[in-house]
Ligand binder design. Structure first.
Ligand code: C5P
Length: 282
């Protein structure tokens, strides 16, 4: 069984003070984009996790493995399985690669072993904050810890340039810095830099941006530099450090990422997609 697992961008991310469960309630427009990992699950003589093309744990701490194993235990299946992931989504960048891989593994396993929707949703929520979104994907208004998905007009007809700077931030550290700074708000991106469907909607801002800059000022310097090179607004996704800007066409996004001549961890031109993962075999 094989699937594509798509990256996500937080087009907007509002953060609210930490609740009793230790998590911060969120509200944001999340968007699946065309950059994907490939996840495959096959029967084998022993359990194994194999990663190609990038970094991710090759043991039972891999989130996609945890998804696979959760379905297997739920369905009381005993057969050994080999999980292999071809990584293209840079990890630790706010692009949701680990969650996307887990959502794809969950989806493949749920189909194969006939898990019902309620059980699948419950497993998705238990795996991590971004897994419920990645399981559904497209454009969604996401609330709560990430588990409440509300319909949003499916966005399309534009492209995005993504730049991943050569340094990472820890998600819990960024949320703690946001607490320490007393719940700052991000700056709204000017409407003129937005695709028409996003104009006049929820503010396009990331409340975690001031916290990320406070932890590592290079995030702010990179945002300003990419914005200068592209002559457009640039925002951070999730807890960083990947940065993105909007373009009218894929050609424009491609030439924008080509114009970045400083050393990065990755650059990508992407477009919105309507699913979080997609089966690619019968
Ligand atoms: O759910 P995930 O494993 O991505 O979260 C990592 C950490 O980030 C959490 O343990 C928590 O400290 C912080 N977090 C948060 N509020 C959220 C999501 C994550 O405080 N909504």
């Amino acid at each position: 069984m094989r699937a594509q697992a798509f990256a996500k961008l937080n087009l907007t991310l509002e953060v609210f003070p930490r609740s009793a469960d230790g998590y911060h309630p969120l509200r944001g427009v999340f968007q699946s984009v065309s950059l994907f990992d490939e996840v495959s699950i096959e029967p084998a003589s022993d359990d194994s996790v194999h990663i190609e093309g990038g970094e991710a744990p090759e043991d039972e701490t891999n989130l996609a493995w945890m998804a696979l194993d959760a379905v297997r235990r739920h369905a009381r299946v005993v057969s050994p399985l080999a999980l292999s992931i071809h990584k293209r989504i840079p990890p630790g960048a706010g692009l949701g690669g680990g969650s996307a891989d887990a959502a794809a593994a969950l989806g493949l396993m749920a189909d194969r072993f006939g898990l019902d929707d309620d059980a699948t949703t419950e497993l998705a929520e238990a795996l991590g904050s971004d897994v419920p979104f990645s399981f559904v994907g497209g454009t969604k208004l996401v609330e709560g810890r990430g588990q409440r998905l509300r319909p949003f007009e499916q966005l399309g007809d534009f492209a995005l340039g993504i730049v991943v700077p050569p340094f990472s931030l820890s998600t819990p550290a960024v949320f703690s810095e946001w607490d320490r700074l007393d719940s700052p708000s991000g700056h709204d991106m000017d409407d003129r830099y937005l695709p028409p469907l996003l104009r006049g909607g929820p503010p396009i801002r990331n409340d975690l941006f001031p916290a990320a800059v406070s932890l590592d000022p290079r995030v702010g310097e990179w945002r300003d530099e990419i914005s200068r090179i592209w002559s457009t607004g640039v925002a951070m996704t999730g807890s960083g450090t990947a940065l993105f800007g909007f373009f009218s066409t894929m050609d424009e996004a491609l030439s924008a990422v080509d114009s970045i001549d400083i050393p990065t961890r990755a650059t990508e031109a992407v477009e919105p997609v309507r699913v979080g993962w997609r089966r690619i075999d019968a």
